[in-house]
Ligand binder design. Sequence first.
Ligand code: 9L8
Length: 837
Amino acid sequence: MTDTPKTPTRRAKKPAAGRQKKPAVAAETAQTAAMSHDSLTAAFARQLRYDLCWDDQNEEAMFDALALSVKEQLLDNWRNTRKQDLQQGKKHVAYLSLEFLMGRTLGNALLNMQLTQECRQLLQEYAVSLETLEQQEHDAGLGNGGLGRLAACFLDSCATLDLNVTGYGIRYEYGMFLQKIVDGYQVEQPDRWLRDGNPWEVRVPQHNVTVQFFGHTQSYVDSKGRRHMLWCDTQDVMAVAYDVPIPGYGNGRVNTLRLWKAEATNEFDLAEFNQGDYTEAVAAKNQAEQITMVLYPNDSSENGKELRLRQQYFLSSASLQDLLRQWVQQHGMDFSEFPRYNAIQLNDTHPAIAVPELMRLLVDVYELEWDAAWHIVSNCMAYTNHTLLPEALERWPVRMLAHMLPRILDIIYEINARYLDEVAHRWPGDVAKLRQMSIIEEGDEPAVRMAYLAIVASYSVNGVAALHTQLLTTGLFRDFHELWPAKFNNRTNGVTPRRWLAYCNPRLTALISSRLGDGWITELGRLSALNALSTDADFCREWRQVKQLNKQALAQLVQERCHVEFSPEMLFDVQVKRIHEYKRQLLNILHVIHLYQRILSGDTHGMQPRCVLIGGKAAPGYAMAKLIIKLANNVAHMINGDSRAKPWLRLAFLPDYNVSAMETICPGTDLSEQISTAGKEASGTGNMKFMMNGALTLGTLDGANIEMLEEVGEDNFFLFGLNAPAVDELRMHYRPWEYIAASEALSGVMSLLKSGYFNLQEPDIFAPIVAAIESPSDPWMLAADFESLRLAQLEVAKAYQDPQRWTTMSIHNTAASGRFSSDETIAGYRDHIWHCR
Ligand code: 9L8
């Protein structure tokens, strides 16, 4: 969109949506008068008065009216974006993901459309604040954690970088569960985020497609002697498109997030009705709609459920059919140029079933020869790996595929056979190699290795941080790297500075912009100019004031949600992320217990008063993670109830950590804990949000921490712990009891834990935790890193006690965060993977 004006184009007078005939597009774009205020104001008044028809104008109604009015302002640019992309023949990227963790939309949309001020003004007349209305919005929690939030950040950056990218996902009826804490335990509650309707989505029935399941295959030979495959007697499900607008920042582009909902097909109902099976037909309808009912709440672990595979195929098939239909509409049946104009990015292996599905569509439906189809598939698929954890690697049983997707299984076999020829050619006579690299894992339960399928079909395979990519190419995917080195590349993750600084931290935004202007919002590298201000007395004072106010806001959140008093004078030490053993929330808790023991023994010399916040959800089936939550709550209960500890230490577990909570948490944090066992966290992205907002990091040499350290320098980062090779080496001869015995602090902590001090009414509940720490096969090596963590925390305390030093370090962190803008990451995808402009 080269000729897009800087300010979004809008109509001067907007007719009610869908009521009056809309003027021609050309006439519309001509009217670019700066009437945003009037237009939004008028739309809001009309929405409130006529469209919503509420008796009393309560806050929910006002939020709805505002959201609908804001969406209206986007419609023209949305349509124009589509039109111009078509006219210009701009390469299109489909980002396929089972998760898009969008959070709230209102505030971010206003920011990107540069309508925040206008909006505040108009709300004055209604005596309500924008913040109050923003609070009304439910988070769109269509994701678990980092992987889903990354997809959301990427959409923002793609639109801002003016790229023609569509997100394809699932419109889950129930998003990520809501977490309640009852007696210290996690209790899951359903997230019916759509109950009050979703003002941002547009149902687009003209894009409906049909997705097939079950049935069987048949072949026949046509009059020209060509063999065709039929997939018959299938159970069909309709995929209904719901589009969500994705506005770029200040550039008038509006991209699309297309979310599919499963509904029963009419055909399917009809067949049953004709046989008089009314109840059967209704039941079948329910079965179809099950597919998009709920997001699986597992982060970094697959559970092998059949319904999950159905979700994956449903998303993949619907999205690819959509892409091919659009192609045929514009280019007819010649697909030879398809890869020049299309790339398909697979967000981990979750949508990797798209590989055989695209082959099926091209060969069976569009009747291409296998080789021509494979040429197309292998020149448009690209795969991002997000984890090395073995429990997260997807393997679908052949049996399940044979039953649910028989034609797809045939195609996977064919892909495998042809690819193994290449392997055999490269390693002649090496049968072990063939078995090792086969897409099909043999054994009692043969299974399809989805990562291998994705690698074989993709022209690009990337990891998400330098260390992660290095470990992929030398470990998990070593053979593939040897076979096809050129496919592999690194794209270090990033986060969008719009949501994660400009929107969530308006005070810091104002301060930064007062000195640098606001160009940093789209060119985050410009923040490096802050380094020159890091010893400027006025600037530092203002920087501290901003942090102090943000800490007050965080303290208020903690008070409301946890009923724990956080004092903004104390150090705010925060660890929020999914609860997982490799992320080592337990190590953090052990350190808190240690501080508590110092207090009890009167050893408070040089101690820095601190408030520790832990938050995150555990997968409902992950017993150890749930027990860690219970421990955090019990330790918090003891410490917060002990008057001796009060001046020194507070601990809170924040229930229901989500995107919106992070928007208050990261601006108010002093110290960000990124303490995973080295080699386990592929990248991390929370680490970047904290850094951008001026928090200092206490971290291991893991994931993107390493690159953050590189950018900010050792003087501005609290590094501790074993590195990845050392972790690997130690595994062979790990004796945790030796580390415990050698550390007075750790042995003290272990004794207190074992004494039952934190579970007086609940004997032995923490025995599994003690056992895990003391086990020589503890993969997370808590005991080995404890002393190093403790010493690093002493350095933290010392640094914090010198406010000028801390402030300077804080400024250096924000200043060095430019590289972790998702704009940078997406520019990398654009130039090195997608090759689009
Ligand atoms: N743990 C990584 C994190 O380090 C990284 O920053 C983020 C974005 O690249 O991705 C996280 C990640 N999530 C998953 C993941 C695996 C699953 C799953 C559901 C089922 C099976 C596996 C959900 C998420 N892998 N890596």
